[in-house]
Design a protein around this ligand. Structure first.
Ligand SMILES: O=C(O)c1cccc(C(=O)CC[C@H]2O[C@@H](n3cnc4c(=O)[nH]cnc43)[C@H](O)[C@@H]2O)c1
Length: 253
């Protein structure tokens, strides 16, 4: 099984690789666009396992556009032989995972908890009107929701995670009013982050199932950067990927 994990920043990618391949050196592979894939060989139980699970981890940059561009590049690179254009040369990825830290909605996802998306929602894609936000579906073009891989439910269970919608925003929520507006529009939302929908757009266009896993570093609401618990969230992310390993291995059988 081949899995691509896309984070925003290097610190998140470090947590993912540490959880998947503790103590095992990862190798670096350059792909177009100036990106580097960190390859975790034998992720999963590895060492003597019957099947091979290879996970590539990519720090794509922050925001949905950077995430979509880098994910599409990695997905294309996986099936394209060097020096050719469009010739399938290798089996591509079986799963793409958007992962990192995120904001948690009050009463649903506390600091340090893990959220696995049951919907990946572009919460600010649409139009603002005097009567409120209109999603692109209501405007008659595009889509604002991607449904994650069926495997997400199993992942949520294994990670003891909240299984609920994760919103993708281009601007981190910084007021109680904005948090309330998002909650009114998406009452089941558990977390917000900035990349999931971009990763999903690329994955869906390549026909690859997608999942999103977030470790909660801060509450969604009035901006208070001093209260962000990034270290704890990165540790929760590492543990989540430790728990994910056997799920991937089981899926590969
Ligand atoms: O400063 C650091 O050490 C550090 C380490 C790891 C990650 C960061 C980031 O700033 C990551 C940015 C990334 O985090 C997501 N995020 C986190 N909280 C929220 C939020 O409340 N609303 C939206 N996004 C959030 C987001 O995906 C960013 O790309 C720093």
């Amino acid at each position: 099984m081949r899995v691509l994990v896309v984070t925003a920043v290097g610190a998140e990618a470090d947590s993912v690789t540490a959880g998947l391949s503790p103590g095992v050196p990862v190798t670096a592979h350059r792909i177009p666009g100036g990106h580097t894939l960190r390859r975790c060989p034998d992720a999963g139980t590895g060492r003597g396992a019957e099947t091979e699970t290879t996970v590539d981890v990519l720090a794509a940059g922050a925001g949905p556009a950077a995430a979509a561009a880098a994910t599409a590049t990695a997905l294309t690179a996986a099936v394209t032989a060097p020096g050719t254009h469009g010739a399938p040369a290798a089996p591509g990825y079986d799963l793409v995972v958007s992962a990192g830290i995120g904001g948690g909605f009050a009463g649903v996802a506390p600091l340090g908890s893990i959220v696995v998306a049951d919907a990946i929602v572009a919460a600010d894609l649409g139009a603002e009107t005097p009567d409120g936000h209109l999603a692109v579906e209501e405007l008659g073009f595009g889509r604002s929701v991607h449904r994650p891989a069926v495997l997400s439910e199993r992942i949520a269970e294994a990670l003891d995670a909240v299984h609920a919608p994760v919103l993708t925003v281009s601007t981190v929520t910084g007021t109680a009013a904005r948090a309330a507006e998002l909650t009114a529009r998406h009452p089941r939302a558990a977390a917000e982050a900035m990349e999931g929908f971009g990763v999903a757009e690329a994955a869906v266009r390549h026909g690859v199932p997608v999942a999103e896993i977030r470790a909660v570093s801060n509450a969604v609401g009035p901006r208070d950067r001093a209260s962000w618990r990034i270290g704890e969230a990165l540790e929760a992310l590492r543990n989540a990927f430790r728990l994910l390993s056997p799920v991937l291995e089981e899926e590969a059988r």
